[in-house]
Design a protein around this ligand. Sequence first.
Ligand code: GLY
Length: 399
Amino acid sequence: MSEKPLHGIMKSFIFLLPVIFYACNSKNVTLSQLKKVENQLEGLREAAMAENRIPRSITKEGNIRWIIQPYDWTEGFWPGTCWMLYQQTQDEKWKEAAIAAQKLIEHHKDLTNDHDLGFIFNNSYGKAYRITGEEQYKKVLIDASNALITRFNDAVGCIKSWDVAGNWQAERGWKFPVIIDNLMNLEMLFEASNITGDSLYRNIAITHANTTMENHFRPDGSSYHVVDYDPETGEVRSKVTAQGFADESAWARGQAWALYGYTMCYRYTKDQKYLDFAEKIADFILHHSNYPKDGVPYWDFNASDIPKAPKDASAGAIIASALIELSGYTNDKYLKNAKHILNTLSGDAYTAKPGENQHFVLMHSVSNFPSGNEVDVPLNYADYYYTEALTRWLMKRTE
Ligand code: GLY
């Protein structure tokens, strides 16, 4: 054998050393971040088990804010987080915590008065099924999917987000409000079709995604929060906001839901138009002049008091998780952005000191700025998507 090929191999090896080092090192960093998450959430697990309740945030007085009945769109995130920690650690205590929490919400599976069933059940029972493979969790997902599709309207081509009669939505004059967040409920419907073999759920999901693509977005790839439809004709009545700074602004978490939503639609359909759209949304977010250097957005891209406006760590975590999945279908630039966001979230500016923050991991999220509800607080869904993003990073797969 001549020396030349060996020389070539050596050269390649030396060239690859930084890449190998980076890969190993970044895996260790992610592992240590996940360990920090587990250590911090242990305190929340103990409190939740003792109270037999589901944590949501912290109160103005600094106590744990628990989920309050009759139901709450965030109630699936805590069991989902416990399932992810079980997946990573194989420690039965996390499985027990997940099961205890999701038992508290199981009876909500048949609710037909709200669209959040996907958020609630896909992230709890759905994670349970995908992580354990246990058949018992399937029925809950299918029941919740059947309840969710009762809200689909053929004329509109969407699932109604909020009921109007007797609620604050009536004061806004809405008839059939659909919010951008609703894209996230579609994942459960895609799963329901995969489980049952019945394409009904998937077809509804695709129709909703297509209608939303047509009506919810501006030419620059940003989205409105609420589109109100005429339920008889399907015509768009108005494009406005509920949780954003203004009707024409880009509410940060809404942009995050849109990015995650179309990336997820591509996962289930392999339809190129969803992937192209997800990239367009990603480019809107990442290249916006008000997108901060640290990668964690202000609560609204058009808030009037930037740079003093509160940041929203939950939006940052959702964007990071979505970008990791997107990078698997496209290219590594999104992975770099995701890692940058995760590094920021893992630093002292966003990660609480051990035992502080009522044992939630992340600080500085915004739930609903216009109503003054949960501004600059920890949120169970910020921790959920942060944990999911770290897990995705580590496992280099999407679920
Ligand atoms: N409705 C979900 C959110 O507030 O983002």
